[in-house]
Ligand binder design. Structure first.
Ligand SMILES: *[C@@H]1O[C@H](CO)[C@@H](O)[C@H](O)[C@H]1NC(C)=O
Length: 119
């Protein structure tokens, strides 16, 4: 009996969890590195969609006085300039991004799109 109730509960929660995961959320499309003309290539330890920021990045942005509601694309954290040595091979082992606002010395980078270094 216990088992049946537990199973029924598990089965009825499953669709809810699935629904939560497919809530509308922007996913910034990846561009080829050659199309990074309006920004700088950046190698960031982490990156998040600006409309789905989580801690501690959200607090870090607020600490820097950045209005998170005015952000578009992705936000990168702990960034350094990305160097593509040959297509598909770079000095970056983290997130490769093209960011149009690098006013924060790499602490964060704003207005980023993911970059495919193979193209
Ligand atoms: C970068 O973003 C910050 C915070 O939103 C803003 O104050 C600054 O003017 C921006 N810089 C450029 C170059 O867009």
């Amino acid at each position: 009996m216990k088992f049946t109730i537990a199973s029924a509960l598990a089965l009825s929660t499953l669709p809810l969890l699935t629904a939560a995961n497919i809530l509308p959320r922007t996913t910034t499309p990846t561009i080829p590195a050659s199309q990074c003309n309006t920004g700088d290539l950046q190698c960031c330890l982490s990156a998040q969609e600006s409309d789905a920021l989580t801690q501690p990045l959200r607090s870090l942005l607020e600490l820097l006085g950045i209005n998170i509601n005015g952000l578009t694309g992705m936000v990168g954290a702990t960034c350094s300039p990305l160097h593509i040595i040959v297509p598909g091979f770079s000095d970056c082992t983290a997130q490769t991004l093209c960011c149009n606002n690098n006013s924060f010395s790499g602490i964060v980078a704003l207005g980023c799109v993911p970059v495919n270094i193979n193209l």
